[in-house]
Design a protein around this ligand. Sequence first.
Ligand SMILES: [Zn+2]
Length: 261
Amino acid sequence: MQTIVLLTFLQAFFFPVISDPLILSEGETLPQVILKLDDLKYEDGLVDPGWQQVIAYLRSESVVGTIGIIGSSLEEGTPAYFQWIKDRHADGFEIWNHGYCHCQWEVDSIRQREFQGPSAAEQYASLAKTQQLAQEKLGITLRTFGAPYNSTDAQTAMALEDLPDIHIWLYKESLAPTHKYLLPRIPEVNIEYPVHVPDFEQFRAGFEKYKIAKVLVIQGHPRSWVDDPTRFATFQRIVAFLKARQVHFTTPYAYYLAQQD
Ligand SMILES: [Zn+2]
């Protein structure tokens, strides 16, 4: 009995099954890759140097990525900050909703996060504020949500139901039902191990193991790569590896639209 269960499990993960939307089907040979880059905010008068070097590098390599923006930065930023973001949007980078405050606090010694603990109405307010600010300051409708710390609960799912402009949910970890299109996390395939520290060998091992996935959403934090040059160099090595493997870089919304055909 145990052997059968194990085989079924292995088949699900390691053999292409045409009906499984997460596994490559016949004719497809490589996963698509989404660079999930987190935590754009307004600092030092413009855009953090870590972001600037990462985006300049990706543009020079003709690689598209994504930018998770913290909504409150759109209340503080200058026209130059807004223009920088609009230019990236025009380049093809997807700007996505990474919450409003990216904050956490405690209530009766229980940790609360923006999307873990607060009521559905409060979570809706955070999401909607960032949506509105992006529309007002950038003229961009955000199509994708990914939570700070990737921490969400059932109230997040309820709040998102009232935001039809958002179609995609990155790294949903709660079991609450949702109508959003999910782009899941594969914990073994990441840019950073641990968070903030790019690691090429661990990335490569994860990639080789999960390259039968239809899409790999790999997370990183450009602001953390600027102080230690080896971190940025490792990110460059990961991108060069993916380019050499001829993966197709995409964005959540582009990927989602392609699945609707
Ligand atoms: Zn974040």
